[in-house]
Design a protein around this ligand. Structure first.
Ligand SMILES: N[C@@H](CCC(=O)N[C@@H](CS)C(=O)NCC(=O)O)C(=O)O
Length: 248
C-alpha cells in the first residue's frame, strides 16, 4: 500500500504543478540585495530537481533556464553551463557554479531561510557522506541503470530499448542501498542525519524515481520505513514547486 501511495504522490508531484507557479521573492543574506539567480537544467534532470528543491526550501527567487539534453555536448554548453556536459548549473549574479552538491551547499549558505545543514560536526559529516553516496552510487544505479532503462522507450534513451540485463543487475544493488538508508533512519529517526537536511533532499529525490518503475514493489514495497521517509520528504511543498509536469 505504501508503494501505491508513493506512486500516487510521485505522479501528483510531477503531473499537477501549474505551468506558472508564483515565485517567492527573497534577499541575499546580509546584503538584502534582490537575488539574481538562474538555474539551468533539463526538465528530466533529477539533479536539477534536487537543486531546485534547495532553492525552494530557502525561498530564493530564481529563473529556470531550460536545457535541451541533446545540446549538452555543444561548445556553448561546455563553456557556459557545465564543462563535463551535465546539468544543473547555477548563476548567481556573475557567479557561475556547477555540480549539484556544491550548488546545494552554496545556496544554503548564501541565502537566508531555514538552515539545511546540521551544526553538529558529526551530523554534518554524515550529511556529506549521503550527498557523496548519492552521486557515486545511488544516482548511477537508481537513475542510470533502473529508471532511465525502464523509461527508455518513452524518453528515447538507449535507442529507446530497455536492457533487461542492466535492470535485473540493478535490483540487488539498489536493494542494498535502500537497506543502508533504512538502517540510517533506524538510528536517526525521521530524517537521515537527525533534522531535515540537504542529505534528505539529495537522496530522496533519486529514490522517489523508483516509483516510476515496475520494480517499485520489489524495492520500496519491502522497505516501508524508507518508503515512508520518501513520502515525508517529497511531500514537502518545495518538491511540488520544483517539479515539472513530465507527462511520463
Ligand atoms: N556530478 C554532476 C552530475 C550531474 C548529472 O549527471 N546530470 C545528468 C542529468 S540528472 C546529466 O546531465 N546527464 C547528461 C549526460 O550524462 O550526458 C552533479 O552532481 O551535478
Amino acid at each position: 500500500m505504501t508503494t501505491t501511495l508513493l506512486k500516487g504522490f510521485f505522479w501528483a508531484a510531477f503531473c499537477s504543478r501549474p505551468a506558472e507557479a508564483p515565485r517567492k521573492l527573497e534577499y541575499v543574506k546580509g546584503t538584502k540585495t534582490m537575488a539574481d539567480c538562474k538555474l539551468a537544467a533539463s526538465k528530466l534532470s533529477s539533479f536539477g530537481l534536487a537543486a531546485r528543491v534547495v532553492l525552494e526550501e530557502k525561498g530564493v527567487a530564481y529563473e529556470r533556464i531550460e536545457i535541451n539534453p541533446t545540446e549538452q555536448q555543444s561548445d556553448q554548453h561546455l563553456s557556459n553551463v557545465h564543462p563535463f556536459g551535465k546539468v544543473p548549473a547555477l548563476y548567481h549574479g556573475d557567479f557561475h557554479l556547477y555540480e549539484t552538491a556544491a550548488i546545494a551547499r552554496y545556496v544554503d549558505e548564501a541565502f537566508d531561510g531555514p538552515d539545511l545543514q546540521p551544526e553538529d560536526v558529526k551530523k554534518r559529516g554524515n550529511m556529506q557522506k549521503w550527498i557523496n553516496i548519492t552521486g557515486q552510487y545511488i544516482y548511477p544505479s537508481i537513475i542510470g541503470d533502473l529508471v532511465m532503462q525502464r523509461l527508455a522507450p518513452k524518453i528515447g534513451a538507449f535507442g529507446g530499448v530497455t536492457d533487461e540485463d542492466v535492470v535485473a543487475a540493478s535490483v540487488p544493488v539498489i536493494s542494498h542501498q535502500l537497506t543502508l538508508i533504512d538502517r540510517a533512519l533506524g538510528e536517526s529517526g525521521d530524517y537521515l542525519t537527525g533534522d531535515f537536511s540537504l542529505a534528505d533532499i539529495m537522496v530522496a529525490t533519486m529514490v522517489q524515481y523508483i516509483g516510476l518503475t515496475p520494480e517499485s514493489d520489489a524495492l520500496l514495497g519491502r522497505q516501508p520505513r524508507v518508503a515512508a521517509w520518501v513520502q515525508r520528504v517529497t511531500s514537502r511543498p518545495s518538491f511540488e514547486a520544483a517539479a515539472y509536469d513530465l507527462g511520463l
